[in-house]
Design a protein around this ligand. Structure first.
Ligand SMILES: [Zn+2]
Length: 251
């Protein structure tokens, strides 16, 4: 018997299939990443036209098949239109969706990741803090959820917590001035950059986008995240290339 269920989630991607249908990848709270087919979603008067686009967040009613789900109802509560309307924000938004796709798996609940994605898109809409900071907060917090985050609270070699000055990707975290001087890939970071990373990893979700940093800290945070992503993520993101392109063109 085909089972019907309703899942809360967000559309991560939508690709056209057959003549009029769409294949959706949805990040759901209870079942992680799922594939759902929206029949007729590309017909002009389809009830799924708006809700079957990336960023659509809400309730998805589905018939559960053997290998995929079929969409049978949709109730969208947020389309994140302000993200879609701004060319630079939309690249960051798509980058967050690609990252969420990378960090999620099927049949593993994803409540925390879905919440993070939601508040990160909200932060992009509010434009209170720079997009680059939102990006690095999102990246580091994704690793924190996943468990593969750097130890930035103490020296990973000797345990010293008051004198941390270096960061090493190879050692997976912070190093004190003594241990760091002997580590070939270690870079020197501001104390504020360590505090920022500690905050991103440990703060409550609702407080995650409530602070700003100096240009220097933002630049160091970017450097750390680039190194970390290169070491721990085994794929490239299309939207990441677009962010780099616009960063060079836009003021
Ligand atoms: Zn040490």
């Amino acid at each position: 018997m085909v089972r019907k269920l309703t899942l809360t989630g967000m559309v991560l991607s939508a690709t056209p299939v057959n003549d009029y249908d769409k294949r959706l990848v949805i990040l759901t709270k209870d079942r992680g990443k799922i594939v759902a087919f929206a029949k007729g979603a590309r017909r002009p008067h389809s009830q799924y036209i708006a809700g079957s686009r990336p960023f659509s967040f809400g309730e998805f009613s589905l018939y559960e098949g053997k290998t995929a789900y079929n969409l049978c109802g949709i109730n969208i509560s947020n389309y994140f239109e302000d993200v879609s309307a701004d060319i630079e924000s939309v690249y960051y938004g798509f980058y967050f969706l690609e990252m969420a796709d990378y960090f999620s798996t099927e049949n593993v609940e994803a409540k925390v990741l879905l919440n993070l994605l939601y508040i990160s898109l909200k932060a992009l809409e509010k434009k209170v803090i720079p997009r680059a900071l939102i990006r690095h907060i999102f990246e580091l917090r994704c690793f924190a959820i996943n468990g593969e985050y750097p130890n930035v609270f103490q020296c990973v070699s000797c345990g010293e917590s008051d004198d941390i000055h270096y960061f090493s990707t190879k050692k997976s975290g912070a190093l004190c001035s003594k241990c760091g001087a002997a580590q070939s890939d270690a870079i020197v970071l501001n104390t504020s950059t360590f505090y920022t990373m500690q905050y991103i990893i440990s703060s409550k979700l609702e407080k995650l986008y409530s602070f700003n940093v100096s240009d220097e800290v933002l630049s160091e945070l970017g450097m750390v995240m680039r190194r970390w992503m290169t070491a721990y993520v085994d794929k490239g993101f299309k939207s990441e290339e677009l962010i780099s392109l616009t960063a060079n063109v836009l003021p």
